[in-house]
Design a protein around this ligand. Sequence first.
Ligand SMILES: CC(C)(COP(=O)(O)OP(=O)(O)OC[C@H]1O[C@@H](n2cnc3c(N)ncnc32)[C@H](O)[C@@H]1OP(=O)(O)O)[C@@H](O)C(=O)NCCC(=O)NCCS
Length: 171
Amino acid sequence: MKYPKDTLTIMTELVQIKDANNLGNLHGGRLMYWMDICSAIAASKLAESPVVTASVDNVSFHEPINVGDVLTIESKVTRTFRTSMEVYLEIWVHKDYGKRKVKSNDAYFTFVSLNNEGKPAPLNLELIPETDHDKKLYDGALRRRQVRLVLGGRMKVEDANELRALFFHDK
Ligand SMILES: CC(C)(COP(=O)(O)OP(=O)(O)OC[C@H]1O[C@@H](n2cnc3c(N)ncnc32)[C@H](O)[C@@H]1OP(=O)(O)O)[C@@H](O)C(=O)NCCC(=O)NCCS
């Protein structure tokens, strides 16, 4: 048994010229790279095994991030399934030498636990949501999983019972 806080991973990065485009803004791809690393660490804390990124949900960048800004990326596992788990990330930008802290974006990544042969391995571990925020994330995770599996062509829309409940009132 584990709690989401057991997987909490916080990564801090200073945005340097090599990370930015000609306008001095952080490349989106560089931020995605840091997000992937931070969330993979959170996932492997849960799984205690190697993990691989299975999917990344829609990511929107709300706030330009400039050279000299400091970023913190916070990741934690929200819910486990058979071999996969969902990780929630929040990205904060510390501007003007820390005088202002603004949220850049958040995101959900899905990771799969692997065995020594590199095949998906059952997690066999219960994740217990503790705080109200953890419980909210946990409750929404099944619905988000079905959305991404349907969009990824891995689940038939008629099998997505959580989504049916949202859109249809079956008798
Ligand atoms: C992800 C991967 C391990 C799935 O392997 P697979 O042979 O399809 O195995 P399965 O069908 O048993 O699926 C394993 C889990 O992955 C999940 N999964 C697969 N594709 C997914 C997707 N697009 N979104 C979310 N979860 C996904 C399945 O739902 C399943 O989860 P569950 O066991 O908790 O129900 C495999 O597709 C892979 O290795 N992909 C490449 C990963 C990679 O290289 N990532 C880095 C990209 S740069």
